[in-house]
Design a protein around this ligand. Structure first.
Ligand code: CTP
Ligand code: MG
Length: 237
């Protein structure tokens, strides 16, 4: 089924507190860490804006500095030069609260949405395009997934309980793309029924089929001090 969706927007999540990195980053929230002349969140914004199907971007910042960041994005980063529509909103306590606020900032006409962790600055324009293509071909939810290379075991405390079948396991990334109405419905259900999740597909899977497409190994999430050290090494070379 081919059904080009109306206005596809990206939600750039940058409202986390970066606790696992706080010590190594000197307290700087990781979305603001400088990499090759720009903070991490800005790398994703630039990449999204280069994809033809992306109509606009919602930036979600921590509530205590969303106002200041809106000014910064406008005047310092010159967001208008990206050539897409844009909005800023304040995030929430949990990642899913930030996504919900981001959804609330979308224009009514937005038919498809890509939710992205700004802690993944290496997302490629090609992958964003492939996600949008899958949506336009009729998928209601699409996520990038990569085969796992480690053997994965379930542990109980420090005792191995079970070894899982690696062949059917995938590590999933962002952006995750959905029909906007479906993702909104999933978030409403999550709120009503108290679902706690770490990605959006976990909610949508309960309501509709979600398709997995090939992710990219380079699309890592900067999460731990080791990830930061690798980023810093790259910056000097
Ligand atoms: N995020 C968000 N709002 C939250 C929590 C997370 O917008 N309340 C965003 C982060 O900014 C990040 C992405 O979601 O880009 C993925 O989350 P994660 O890697 O867990 O980042 P943090 O929550 O900031 O880090 P930590 O869990 O170590 O505190
Ligand atoms: Mg987190």
């Amino acid at each position: 089924m081919d059904r080009p969706l109306n206005d596809i927007w990206g939600i750039i999540l940058a409202a986390g507190s970066g606790t696992r990195l706080a010590e190594a980053s000197g307290g700087v929230r990781k979305q603001y860490l400088e990499y090759k002349g720009a903070p991490l969140f800005w790398h994703s914004a630039r990449t999204f804006s280069r994809v033809a199907g992306v109509k606009g971007l919602v930036f979600v910042f921590p509530p205590d500095d969303a106002k200041a960041m809106e000014k910064e994005v406008r005047h310092f980063f010159k967001v208008e030069d990206l050539g897409v529509e844009w909005r800023v909103c304040a995030g929430g306590e949990r990642r899913q609260d930030s996504v919900r606020n981001g959804l609330g900032a979308l224009p009514r006409a937005c038919g498809g949405v890509l939710v992205h962790d700004s802690a993944r600055p290496f997302v490629s324009a090609g992958m964003i395009s492939r996600l949008i293509d899958a949506l336009n071909e009729g998928a209601r939810g699409v996520i990038p997934a990569v085969e796992v290379t480690d053997t994965i075991k379930r542990v109980d405390g420090d005792t191995v309980a079970e070894t899982l079948d690696r062949a059917v396991l995938r590590g999933v990334q962002t952006p995750q793309a959905f029909e906007t109405a479906l993702l909104l419905e999933a978030h409403e259900r999550a709120e009503a029924e108290g679902w706690e999740v770490t990605d959006d597909a976990s909610m949508v899977e309960r309501l509709a089929e979600v398709r997995a497409i090939e992710g990219e190994r380079g699309n890592v999430k900067i999460t731990t001090p080791e990830d930061l050290a690798r980023l810093e090494e790259e910056r000097v070379t």
